[in-house]
Design a protein around this ligand. Structure first.
Ligand code: TYD
Length: 141
């Protein structure tokens, strides 16, 4: 996927299968490899995020990420250099699929919110674009 042509429209909500217990013992959601369009190489999570803090503030060159609000809620601001889109995540069976070449910011975390991230690659600082100016340059090339 080319950084230049990736737009915020390619970011999508994916519904995660939910198994509701017939005896009222709650829900179970399961993610297997056919749920997300990449092989999962890394899992990490954000928690204890103050309500006035924001995370993200970067784009990735090759990384695919699937964000799941395991608990509570938060907002994701997505930018492709031209358009901006805001998605509120608040259901543990609905995740956000972010493709490479999209600037993202996470904010407005509720108390106790947990953001689980499934990632297509192991951690690599070289895959980050951490300056919005650099991001704009990448998109305009
Ligand atoms: P970063 O991705 O910048 O967090 P956020 O976008 O949520 O603000 O990561 C924060 C720090 O954690 C940074 O120093 C890199 C480190 N880190 C790892 O060592 N491994 C990882 O898998 C991740 C996601 C971050």
């Amino acid at each position: 996927m080319k950084l230049k042509t990736t737009t915020v429209d390619t970011v999508s909500i994916i519904e995660i299968p939910k198994i509701t217990d017939k005896k009222g013992r709650g829900n179970l959601s399961v993610i297997e490899n056919d749920c997300v369009p990449f092989d999962i190489k890394r899992v990490y999570y954000l928690y204890d995020v103050p309500s006035d803090a924001y995370r993200g503030g970067h784009a990735h060159k090759a990384l695919y990420q699937f964000l799941i609000p395991l608990s509570g809620s938060f907002d994701v601001i997505l930018k492709d250099g031209e358009n901006t889109k805001k998605v509120s995540l608040n259901k543990p069976n609905k995740g956000l699929m972010i493709v490479p070449g999209i600037w993202r910011e996470l904010e407005n975390f509720s108390s106790g919110a947990v953001c689980l991230v499934l990632a297509s690659e192991v951690y690599d600082e070289n895959d980050y674009i951490r300056s919005y100016n650099d991001f704009k340059l990448f998109k305009s090339r």
